[in-house]
Design a protein around this ligand. Structure first.
Ligand code: SF4
Length: 156
């Protein structure tokens, strides 16, 4: 592996930039993500920074069951993140729809719309678990192993 590749790999693992997207959550998961910015959980301890634009991000954190109305926005924001990129589904909602599963207004999971690399279960998950999810995603980015789960959903 060349020097440039080694530096790139180290950068992806040690300083991932994160964009947070609410796809119809109750805000419970978003409040836990907010804790990552506090001194107690401090996302910057692993080098991660929250970004205001998807164009500057490496990792997309998604919360919520993915409402039908938000699906196009999620696709668009995912497309704006430069490659390579990773997606962390925060909470049980983006994994399965959770308490909203079966509703005609939700997709029952983010992986029907974008590939998901890490699922962080819980309703809501603890901040430590979300931080571990970000670390896992950064590791997958560095190893070039992203885009693990994707399942197209066909609407009738
Ligand atoms: S997983 Fe629970 S806390 Fe998180 S958005 Fe869904 S219902 Fe709210």
């Amino acid at each position: 592996m060349g020097l440039f590749s080694s530096i790139l790999k180290l950068s992806r693992r040690r300083s991932p930039w994160v964009y947070v997207l609410n796809a119809g959550s109750c805000n419970g998961c978003d409040i836990e993500i907010g804790s990552l910015l506090s001194p107690r959980y401090d996302m910057e301890q692993i080098g991660a920074l929250r970004q205001g634009s998807p164009k500057h991000a490496d990792i997309l954190l998604i919360t919520g069951p993915l409402t039908l109305r938000s699906a196009d926005a999620v696709r668009s924001i995912y497309a704006q993140i430069p490659e390579p990129k990773a997606v962390v589904a925060v909470g049980s909602c983006p994994a399965t729809g959770n308490v909203f599963a079966g509703s005609p207004t939700v997709e029952d999971g983010v992986l029907h719309v974008v590939p998901v690399d890490v699922f962080v279960p819980g309703c809501p998950p603890r901040p430590q678990a979300i931080l571990a999810g970000v670390q896992e995603a950064a590791h997958l980015l560095a190893e070039g192993k992203t885009g693990r789960w994707h399942k197209e959903k066909h609407h009738e």
